[in-house]
Structure formats: C-alpha cells, structure tokens
Ligand binder design. Sequence first.
Ligand SMILES: Cc1cc2nc3c(=O)[nH]c(=O)nc-3n(C[C@H](O)[C@H](O)[C@H](O)COP(=O)(O)OP(=O)(O)OC[C@H]3O[C@@H](n4cnc5c(N)ncnc54)[C@H](O)[C@@H]3O)c2cc1C
Length: 183
Amino acid sequence: MDDRETGRVLIAGGGIAGLAMRRALRRRGLPSLTLERRGEPADAGLAINLPSNAVQALGQLGLGEALRRVGSPVRRREYRTESGRLLFAVDETAFWGEEARPHCLRRADLLRLLTLDLDPGDIRRACEVAAVRQGPHGVTAECGDGRVETGRLLVGADGVHSRVRRSVLGGRAPDAAMLAPAS
Ligand SMILES: Cc1cc2nc3c(=O)[nH]c(=O)nc-3n(C[C@H](O)[C@H](O)[C@H](O)COP(=O)(O)OP(=O)(O)OC[C@H]3O[C@@H](n4cnc5c(N)ncnc54)[C@H](O)[C@@H]3O)c2cc1C
C-alpha cells in the first residue's frame, strides 16, 4: 500500500504553522511527512508574543502545561503615546483568566514545544519543496534534492513567500502584502 492509499498528508514547511499542523494530525492518528527547507531550526534568539488565541490553540494541541513551564505570562498590556502618556491598559489575567492569558517565549522554545514527543522520522529537514503537482489520487511534492514524495493531500505552510502557492496558482498567486515606501 503506498502513501496515497494510507492517506499520508504532506506538509511543506516546518515553521510554526507546519509543526502545529503536524501535531494536530498526529493527535488524530493521521500520518504526515513534513518537508522543511532548513537543516536546523532557526534560532536567532528572538522572542514571540503569543496572544490568547494562540495560547488556547496550543492547549488544544496538548501543550498547555508545557507552555506554562517556559517563557513568561503577559499580565498587563499598556498602550502609550511616544511621550509615554498612558492611553489604555489591559489586565490580561483578569480579562482572559490564568489559563488563556497571553504568553511570551523564545521562538526556539515554541518550535521545540511543537515537536515534543513526536517521531522525528516524520519530518525531513534540508528538503526544499521546489514544486507540487496535483493528480487524481493525490499530490506529489518535488524536492530540490531530486526526491519526490507523494501523499493524499499537501498543506502549504511554507511561509509568506510560499513556493506551494506559486506552484498551484501560478501567475494568479497573490503577492505578500508590502508596505508602501515612506514618501
Ligand atoms: C519581526 C517579526 C515579529 C513577529 N512577532 C510576532 C509576535 O510577537 N507574535 C505573533 O503571533 N506573530 C509574530 N510575527 C508573525 C509570525 O512570525 C508569523 O505569523 C509566523 O512565523 C508564521 O508562521 P508560518 O509557519 O506560517 O511561517 P514561517 O514561520 O515563515 O515558516 C515557514 C517555514 O517554511 C519553510 N520553508 C519555506 N519555503 C519552503 C520550501 N519551499 N520548502 C520547504 N520548506 C520551506 C521555512 O524554512 C520555515 O521554516 C512576527 C513576524 C515578524 C517578521
């Protein structure tokens, strides 16, 4: 039985969205293979603020407890003018409750959490998806190193400059939004 018959899902991109998708599929017992361009997860030491919806989504992925052990909860949010005058403040704990209040952590820690207890065999690193093709029985992903992977469907989670989007939509693919240069 090949992977199309087993219903394997291909995921292009192993960033936040791709790893969250991989985890969600795993929790439902659905096989997947993630194809990630980078050889190692990027760790520029950057932090990320997770708003409450992200915190709740991580809870649904079974990571609520693990999340509380890294980074810091955001207890209060303030909006100020350039000169420092307070415009508006939110008591995040009172607003969302302790379980769902926003949380700040290193990006590297978030990526590590998303892979917690998952089989490293279902992610292939240093594998750039060059093109995808849809057929009557599934989808084929062609990787830059010449390998070809097949699956029942493919999730494009390859970021804002998505190769998957361009491969599927061609010239109809919308560009990423750009800020107009300051005049
Ligand atoms: C400076 C900055 C600060 C931000 N701060 C916050 C914040 O505080 N809170 C917040 O919620 N959001 C924040 N964001 C937004 C957040 O980073 C993005 O929404 C999020 O990273 C999107 O995740 P993603 O998985 O869709 O894409 P990405 O994080 O871009 O991941 C895409 C992945 O796909 C891989 N990839 C790309 N092309 C291919 C290919 N052809 N084949 C295989 N793999 C490929 C990449 O290597 C990458 O691992 C910030 C963004 C920026 C730029």
